[in-house]
Design a protein around this ligand. Structure first.
Ligand SMILES: NC(=O)c1ccc[n+]([C@@H]2O[C@H](COP(=O)([O-])OP(=O)(O)OC[C@H]3O[C@@H](n4cnc5c(N)ncnc54)[C@H](OP(=O)(O)O)[C@@H]3O)[C@@H](O)[C@H]2O)c1
Length: 345
């Protein structure tokens, strides 16, 4: 049986990839740090969970050392992380490193995490220039992209058949930052009003974990040194995403479409990118990849998971806490009520 190892595979990409590979008769090993947050169903699937920090060289060697037909690394953020992997790749047939569209840079040096939004020629192909590699803190807006570039370079220069995948905004069950929670929480809280900054017209290409998994399966059969964008067949705006979610969960709300210049933070949502960010996935399709579905079809899995976890005290802990600043800022009902109070008197 073919052996696949998914490093840091207990999140959205790992869970979707494990399911996809098991269905294709792979023997799958998944690593993660916290046994309390591994996807329910992983064991029933027949996948093996190995508690191992990706950045512990001894544990990394123990899990990859026996060799693998396919290795998927979901936690390779720096040149040092990549360098730790290279000595183990001699016994790996195909390696997939999950990078990010955050590596791309426009003519003015802007990128998706810079203060001023980038202006790319759309859709962005893999030939778009990338940031200069750097070792500033990878867990920062300025450091994330340059460190991913540095990690990509180490692996691509290793001489092994390494595929670098560049997804955009990942969605899927077991995501550690399930962005759709911004709208799902609002629905569970029975809010009958939805504020959208900049009329909800911003768009930032979603990448379904199940679509990433479909491409990983192709790469598992066709090892080679390459870089591939991966995103959904469509790129809905934030307003369209909210509508898909509300419709699926049977909720109705009144939209408040804010013009640019409204109070800071009001109507903020994760897809508020203007100009939009759209990836070209022609290269993946040419390799034989076929998407599982568009955003509306593929997001349902995550929505069901979010609602199920929220409604069960035993699983609520896997969702973002109410103090998580990322989500708290986008579900600030007080700010909205203040706005409504001002405007309804
Ligand atoms: N999410 C996005 O929108 C997005 C976009 C572009 C690229 N990416 C890339 O995608 C990769 C992340 O994949 P994902 O979206 O599936 O992540 P995710 O949903 O955040 O899940 C990551 C999983 O990895 C585990 N993990 C984290 N650090 C680990 C470590 N040091 N050792 C072992 N396990 C570890 C976590 O579980 P424990 O904490 O329990 O270990 C978590 O379950 C990253 O390389 C990221 O740069 C993500």
């Amino acid at each position: 049986m073919r052996r696949a190892v998914i490093l840091a595979g207990t999140g959205a990409i790992g869970w979707a990839t494990a399911r996809r590979l098991v269905a294709d008769d792979w023997n799958v090993v998944v690593t993660g740090r916290n046994p309390e947050k591994i996807p329910a169903g992983l064991a029933e699937l027949g996948a093996e969970f190995v508690p191992a920090d990706r950045h512990d060289p001894v544990k990394l060697g123990a899990v990859v050392g026996p060799g693998a037909d396919l290795l998927v690394d979901c936690a390779c953020y720096t040149a040092a992380h990549a360098s730790a992997l290279v000595p183990l790749l001699g016994d790996v047939s195909s390696t997939v490193m999950i990078s990010s569209k955050a590596v791309y840079v426009d003519d003015e040096g802007r990128h998706v995490n810079s203060e001023e939004p980038p202006r790319f020629e759309l859709p962005i192909t893999e030939n778009q220039p990338t940031l200069q590699p750097s070792e500033v803190d990878y867990d920062s807006a300025e450091g994330y992209g340059p460190n991913k570039v540095a990690a990509e370079e180490v692996l691509l220069d290793s001489g092994y058949p390494v595929t670098v995948l560049r997804p955009s905004k990942v969605h899927g069950a077991w995501s550690r930052r399930p962005r759709e929670w911004v709208f799902v929480k609002r629905i569970l809280d029975k809010r009958d009003v939805l504020f959208l900054a900049r009329r909800g017209e911003g768009a930032d290409h979603p990448s379904a974990a199940v679509n990433i998994a479909a491409l990983v399966e192709v790469v598992g059969r066709k090892p080679r040194r390459q870089i591939l964008n991966i995103a959904d067949p469509d790129c809905p705006s934030g307003r369209a995403i909210a509508s898909v979610i509300a419709t699926y969960l049977g909720h109705a709300w009144e939209e408040v479409l804010l013009e640019a210049g409204a109070a800071p933070g009001l109507g903020a949502h994760p897809w508020d990118s203007i100009p939009p960010v759209v990836l070209d996935c022609t290269a993946a399709r040419q390799l034989g990849y076929e998407s599982v579905g568009d955003y509306e079809a593929t997001v349902r899995d995550e929505l069901d998971w979010l609602v199920a976890c929220a409604n069960d005290s035993r699983t609520r802990h896997v969702l973002p806490s109410k103090d998580d600043p990322y989500f708290a800022a986008m579900t600030d009902y007080g700010k909205e009520d203040e706005y409504l109070g001002r405007h309804t008197t």
